[in-house]
Design a protein around this ligand. Sequence first.
Ligand code: F6R
Length: 263
Amino acid sequence: MKVIIRPNASSATELTARIIAKDLRANPKLVLGLATGRTMESVYALLADMHRGNGLDFSLCRTFNLDEYVGLAADDPNSYRFFMNNMLFSRVNVDLRNTLLPNGMAADLEAEGRAYEDAIIRTGGIDLQVLGIGENGHIGFNEPLSPLSSRTRAITLTPTTLNQNAGLFAGGKASMPRRAMTMGIGTILDSRRCLLLAMGASKAQVIAQAIEGPVRSMIPASALQLHQNCVIILDQDAAAGLKAADDYKMIFENDPEWKEFRK
Ligand code: F6R
């Protein structure tokens, strides 16, 4: 695991977008795993700028989103399909047929989970999985106690997640779906590279548990400690609970891998 702490949210966001763009330029057929949520909005805005201003090309890339609410159709403004179309897909030259999210409207959610896993395998697997983190440590919608080997499936959302996301629903918590489809932790760990972005004081405690605490299913993001190639990008506020923050900063300043990103 590599931990990069940036002085503020905008430099954390910018670094995340630059890493994604570099991978996409190196491999135009990149299979990109994507997240939704407030954290990602600014990342996608920057990627859209890079497409418009610098010709960042999404035409050959394929995308798999982490999750989708059960029971929300693609045209529902609260669905993650709607979010992705609005925040990224309509602003870049990706082929919409190459953008997949779990279908939260599927009649058979178990079969949908299996089909999603198969679709990922058919592309050759996810090259770069972008992640946010919930206040309870979820990645995707893998809520606490999700098996570390879990695959794409339907899960029931916890009260913490309902509270975290209620503000995004016009009708508040009462109008939110109680269930979602999510890639599993095992699915995420199969990605060749993971890139998690967390910003703000509300994530500080769980970030410290995920990075410096034990690997345990109560903190699903702690499973990323098992990944061979995982980068965590934080702003100063989200890094506030880390005991070894100074060490991570020093490593970033000296690691040749990050030379071009230190500018
Ligand atoms: C959503 C997802 C979630 C979010 C997390 C953080 O697709 O994967 O794990 O990344 O809930 O959400 P925000 O960014 O709104 O704090």
